[in-house]
Write a new protein. Structure first.
Length: 388
């Protein structure tokens, strides 16, 4: 009985703390609304087939037969043939059971490895009486898994980040909207380079101001972001132009109907901007936090502290850029290695773009650190740099 009273007292204290603190109240309300929205979203995602025009079938049972296949290089690969029973979930044939066939390989390059309770888009061939003659799998229905991951991300960012997490979430949503508008403008004939530069400026200003608020920290982060991005882009474009694009291979962009050089410059701009913005906010926030804890700190000490923080961030962020860019090429790298291409060819032809992107971003990171440090200190201490 005493334990029950103790838990009751703790629960009441928690609610009183939430009630008396506006920030906690806001977080509590936001989290509760998100939990309710998450439950409703999960329920709607589990039964949203009626909203699709394409026919959807849910797999009820699978019978598998394993075999092997030899490719043109003499290498064997495991093959799995799946005989599937499924129930149609929407359309005029809703509720009918059908038979489907699927073949999946170990590499899963062009096929699906289906499981019971998976939902798939199918095409149906009908006879004159609207009866089903045959059916074929088109693709896996993935919206449910994407929704679950999105909901989990939103819950975690609110629970851990609180009000700033909510602001970060808002900035992500706004940036997605801006990106969608840019795509539509490009489809309507606007200059891609011009609208990409405008979008990048909007991305940076809105992201930093929403997360940090309009204050000295925001100003220093924004100046460092734009300065670092401009200088790193200037260096990258100058080096590429001076070499007349030698060593840059656009084989992976050969399907584009737009000049690949312009697309590549835009890719560098957006990727570099994101990395530099992350660094600039981290440095500005760190300097601001140190100053708030000790407003009487000397400028030289504050600058040296910022440098030490910047050195640690610089190493990890440079690695992050390399991993982020190269990770997207892992499937192509494995495919080329499997077909006997030498590693030198893969690096020269398929990884040249990723390496240039990573190097440009790393240059921007290195440049933005001292810029962010000195601008932050100047704004906070209101005296010339180096003056004690």
């Amino acid at each position: 009985m005493s334990k029950i009273l103790l838990y009751k007292h703790k629960l009441m204290s928690l609610f009183m703390n939430i009630k008396n603190n506006k920030r906690n109240k806001f977080i509590f309300i936001a989290v509760m609304l998100l939990i309710i929205a998450s439950i409703l979203s999960c329920y709607s995602m589990s039964a949203n087939e009626r909203f699709y025009n394409k026919t959807i079938a849910k797999i009820t049972s699978i019978t598998e037969v394993n075999s092997k296949m030899e490719d043109m290089n003499g290498k064997e690969e495991q093959i799995k043939k799946q005989n599937i029973k499924a129930i149609i979930m929407n359309g005029v044939h809703k509720g009918k059971e059908i038979q489907l066939q699927n073949t999946t390989s170990y590499s899963q390059v062009n096929d699906l490895n289906l499981k019971v309770n998976d939902e798939v888009f199918i095409s149906i061939q009908e006879n004159e009486n609207k009866g089903i003659i045959s059916s074929k799998i088109l693709d896996l229905k993935r919206d449910r898994y994407i929704a679950y991951i999105t909901i989990l991300f939103m819950l975690l960012i609110l629970l851990i980040g609180g009000l700033k997490g909510f602001r970060s979430l808002a900035s992500v949503i706004i940036n997605i909207i801006i990106f969608s508008i840019i795509i539509q403008m490009f489809l309507h004939g606007f200059n891609l380079m011009l609208i990409s530069i405008i979008a990048s400026i909007l991305f940076a200003i809105l992201s930093i101001s929403i997360v940090c608020g309009v204050n000295k920290k925001m100003i220093s982060a924004a100046i460092a972001t734009f300065a670092g991005t401009f200088i790193s882009m200037l260096v990258a474009v100058a080096v590429i132009k001076l070499n007349n694009w030698n060593g840059v291979h656009f084989e992976e962009m050969e399907f584009l109907t737009h000049p690949p050089e312009q697309i590549f410059i835009i890719e560098i701009l957006i990727g570099t901007l994101g990395a530099i913005m992350d660094i600039a906010i981290s440095i500005s926030s760190s300097i601001n936090e140190i100053y708030d804890k000790n407003p009487d700190i000397e400028k030289n000490v504050l600058i040296n502290s910022g440098r030490e923080i910047g050195k640690d961030i610089m190493g990890t962020m440079a690695n992050t850029l390399v991993f982020a860019y190269i990770s997207g090429s892992i499937p192509v790298i494995l495919l080329l290695l499997r077909n006997g291409y030498p590693i030198s060819f893969i690096i020269n032809i398929n990884l040249s773009l990723e390496i240039i992107r990573a190097l440009t971003g790393s240059i921007g990171i290195v440049l933005s650190i001292p810029i962010a440090i000195y601008i932050s200190v100047m704004l906070l201490k209101k005296r010339r740099i180096g003056e004690v």
